[in-house]
Design a protein around this ligand. Structure first.
Ligand SMILES: [Zn+2]
Length: 168
């Protein structure tokens, strides 16, 4: 990951990079095991996968969809798990279009530390909303930008939108 850009554009990521904010254990295992979804920024719990906002986002509204299964190897995911990751990404792209109005999205996996995965041993699929005029180059999912809204405010918008979608 381009640490230089983190330092300039996303100083809150520094805690993450220097390890002072390190969680005990794996956040993709620990957080869904707790019963504190708003504080943990968990937006949605599916059958085999869940959706969580990134506490250290590349952009406002950055979410991650992760299997409950602790693995960094995509070969270990079942077809059902892969399908649910894709179904949830489709659902949340719809939710974001309705609630925070992005102009586009980056979506994908960073597989392995060399590819920029912060937690390399538990796969997570990133969906990052983009707006016209925001940071202009993003070779992979490694670019950062100052977020314009408090993260919980965005959480509440997305949570309300997913709840409305599920009620239909
Ligand atoms: Zn894990």
């Amino acid at each position: 990951m381009a640490e230089g850009f983190d330092r300039i554009w996303a100083p809150w990521r520094m805690n993450y990079i220097d390890g002072s904010h390190k969680n005990e254990g794996c956040i993709f295992c620990v957080k869904p095991a707790q019963n504190n979804d708003r504080e943990n920024l968990i937006l949605y719990r599916g059958k085999s996968c869940f959706t969580m906002m990134n506490l250290f986002p590349y952009n406002n509204g950055h979410i991650m969809i992760s299997p409950y299964k602790h693995t960094g190897d995509i070969g270990n995911l079942s077809d059902n798990e892969m399908l649910e990751i894709m179904t949830l990404s489709k659902k949340f792209i719809k939710v974001m279009k309705q609630s925070i109005n992005p102009d586009g999205f980056n979506a994908g996996f960073n597989i392995g530390r060399v590819a920029g995965a912060g937690v390399a041993n538990h796969l997570h699929f990133h969906v990052v909303p983009r707006w016209n005029g925001d940071t202009n180059f993003m070779p992979v999912l490694g670019e950062t930008k100052v977020i314009s809204e408090h993260i919980l405010k965005t959480y509440d918008k997305l949570k309300n939108a997913i709840n409305r979608l599920e009620e239909k």
